[in-house]
Design a protein around this ligand. Structure first.
Ligand SMILES: *Cc1c(COP(=O)(O)O)cnc(C)c1O
Length: 414
């Protein structure tokens, strides 16, 4: 076994945890503590030197525990385990997906810089980019999926190409499942980089969880997650994560220390527990989604199914083949009619719960136009294909026949 590289799912129960340091407990206890006792003043000094970047960590030196806003065993082990899925060097966890995203943007953008971002992005991210970053003198340029083939031209035409410092994309886009080409964005980031300024590519990978898409392998510098979704997977915890190189995550951890958005030990413990079943859950969810999508596609009251396993556009299929490992468990569909018909279906669902969020064990349905995307300008919604008759579905781990029966009886109300 010693020379065998184990799969992440085989390591999720033990990686990074030493039972002998915790009375032999097979599971990592919850280290519900705010601060840690130093063995000596010299040790405390050494820990702070490394934590505050006064000197580099010496070879074989163990980074000591100081204070739970900086580090805590539950969170450190969680970070090590999350690295395995994306094969990242380092990970930083946060108390929410939004704090992971906002901390990464704040660390790498300064007044006068330009952020290039894909549309649509998660509502909270959209608000933070357009309303908050712009207050600090950061200029933002949004682009649409249908413009991605001429993105370099658009950036040049803006006259701001030399000030672009970050490209931020969400793929697949919520709720339409439109894909953005990660490799093309990475190539553009490289082309816009100079000796003084490296342009970073950040990808919100929440929709594909850590299993079905690995942006770092396609040239992204940072991967972001709302761990509230697939990683947590039980709709009972809010958390976030950012992964990348040692160098970049060290900077993000510095910003996290001062914004104070580290997750708590209880959140870390819940996520360690969730990670043990991540692969099993996501495999079942993806299989269920395939069956649900096939059922919806054949239903006479359904107009269109937006699902990565049934793409109709050759360009989108090419991106899928290059960067996605599975079609995932998120799909959207339009019913014949408008908002009233969509609502009738949503109100009739019994097993599938009417709620926002995604990636959990239970299936969830919602109406993007009036719920998750209610804040998007109506004209913009129309352009993005977020229509009044669109329903978004996050497929859970229930028996697929039960899910199909529930969707069938709801659609039959039309
Ligand atoms: C939910 C979500 C977020 C925000 O995460 P929180 O954990 O709710 O803060 C960001 N991006 C995407 C794609 C999401 O689905």
């Amino acid at each position: 076994m010693s020379d065998r590289k184990l799969h992440p799912e085989s390591l999720m129960m033990s990686h990074g945890y030493k039972p002998e340091l915790s009375e032999g407990a097979i599971k990592c206890p919850i280290f519900q503590t705010s601060t840690f006792v130093f063995k000596s003043a010299e040790e405390g000094k050494a820990f702070f030197e490394v934590a505050y970047g006064i000197r580099e960590k010496r070879e074989k030196e163990e980074l000591g525990l100081i204070y739970s806003r900086l580090n805590n065993p539950d969170l450190q082990i969680l970070e090590e385990r999350l690295c395995l899925w994306d094969e990242a060097e380092e990970c930083a966890v946060f108390e929410s997906g939004m704090s992971a995203i906002s901390t990464a943007l704040l660390e790498f953008l300064s007044p006068g810089d330009v952020l290039l971002f894909s549309n649509p992005v998660y509502g909270g991210t959209d608000h933070f980019i357009k309303q908050t970053l712009t207050r600090f003198g950061i200029e933002v340029i949004g682009f649409y999926p249908w413009d991605q083939h001429r993105l370099a031209e658009l950036v040049q035409a803006s006259g701001k190409a030399d000030r672009v410092r970050m490209i931020y994309v969400e793929t697949p886009a919520n709720p339409t499942n439109t894909l953005i080409d990660i490799r093309a964005c990475a190539a553009l980031a490289k082309a816009l980089s100079t000796a003084e300024h490296r342009v970073l590519l950040a990808v919100d990978n929440t929709y594909m969880g850590p299993l079905w898409q690995h942006p770092l392998k396609h040239g992204a510098d940072l991967v972001l997650y709302s761990a509230t979704k697939y990683i947590g997977g039980h709709s009972d915890v809010i958390a976030g994560a950012c992964l990348g190189s040692k160098e970049l995550i060290a900077r993000i951890k510095g910003m996290r220390t001062f914004l104070g958005c580290m997750a708590g030990p209880w959140t870390g413990w819940l996520l360690l527990r969730s990670l043990e079943t991540l692969k099993a859950r996501m495999d079942i969810q993806a299989r269920n989604a395939e069956q649900v999508a096939a059922f919806l596609k054949a239903h006479p009251m359904v107009e269109q199914v937006l699902y990565l396993g049934a793409l109709e556009d050759a360009g989108q299929q090419a991106i899928y083949d290059a960067q996605c490992l599975a079609a995932g468990a998120m799909l959207s569909f339009t019913v014949k009619g408008g908002e009233a018909e969509a609502f009738r279906v949503l109100n009739a669902l019994k097993l599938v719960k009417l709620a926002v969020s995604l990636g959990s064990t239970e299936s969830l349905a919602e109406h993007p136009a009036s719920m998750t995307h209610a804040g998007v300008d109506p004209e913009e919604r129309r352009k993005l294909g977020i229509s009044e008759n669109l329903i978004r579905l996050s497929v859970g781990v229930e028996h697929p026949a039960d899910l199909i029966a529930d969707l069938g009886q709801a659609l039959n109300k039309l």
